[in-house]
Ligand binder design. Structure first.
Ligand SMILES: [Zn+2]
Length: 245
């Protein structure tokens, strides 16, 4: 398996160190950052906006475990940038039209333009997919989707896969939002003109106890980021003057 080549024996403990920067139930103490950002050298941003608890329509929602840990690990492996929610927040970055998280995304993109964003989320265990990709019905990353799907297929995930190996494409979670809800995918595409993809990960693929599933998920996300970066390089260098290093 490909992932065995890229993950050393202690990769899991390192993954947990990355994940444990998040305090899912705690608000930021004075002087603490609610949002984490680690710049990279690859013009791709991984985002984990629901890593900690958040509030949507007055309701306190659970955090999405391992989304920050996985996003941060893939960022380290690939050289991508990563943005994630470190502490409980009073709003929902994936719903509110105004949110500090969206402002942080805008500021980071303004400073170092990205070619592509992957917005990582955690779905519950009641879904019949392993990964659900949301591209606003193909709008938000039409040119990159074939390469992304090919890279995922190499890792065993495809629309024809079964159970946790099935990829849902723009059916269950489209990332579209609504007139009263602005997803980060919608914000990135409409406001920042940044190609992007929402990725929902089934709970069993990010189960903190299940090291083999975590490895499989990490490898798939890594492949997705590298494929998107390679495919985006052309258009990115034309529009932003950025080159892959
Ligand atoms: Zn989410």
């Amino acid at each position: 398996m490909v992932y065995n080549e890229i993950m050393t024996r202690d990769w899991y403990s390192h993954l947990m160190v990355l994940e444990n920067d998040v305090r899912v139930d705690q608000a930021a103490a004075p002087g603490e950052a609610e949002i984490g950002y680690q710049p990279g050298r690859l013009p791709v941003l991984l985002s984990a906006p629901h890593a900690a608890r958040h509030i949507r329509a007055g309701q306190l929602k659970h955090g999405e475990p391992m989304t920050a840990g996985l996003a941060r690990w893939v960022a380290e492996e690939t050289g991508a940038h990563v943005l994630y929610l470190r502490r409980r927040t009073n709003g929902d970055p994936n719903s509110d039209f105004y949110s500090p998280y969206k402002q942080a995304l805008r500021a980071a993109h303004t400073q170092t333009p990205f070619c592509f964003m992957v917005d990582v989320h955690g779905a519950s265990d009641r879904h019949n997919f392993g990964l659900a990709l949301g591209s606003m019905g193909g709008q938000s990353c039409a040119r990159l989707l074939p390469e992304i799907l090919a890279a995922l297929a190499e890792q065993g995930f495809s629309p024809r896969g079964r159970g946790l190996l099935r990829v849902d494409l723009d059916e269950k979670f489209k990332g579209l939002g609504s007139p009263v809800r602005e997803t980060l995918t919608r914000f990135a595409w409409h406001e920042l003109h940044l190609p992007c993809l929402q990725v929902e990960i089934h709970a069993q693929l990010r189960d903190v106890q299940a090291q083999s599933e975590l490895k499989r998920t990490a490898a798939a996300l890594r492949a997705l980021v590298l494929a998107a970066a390679a495919a985006a390089a052309d258009c990115c260098s034309k529009s932003h003057g950025t080159t892959l290093k």
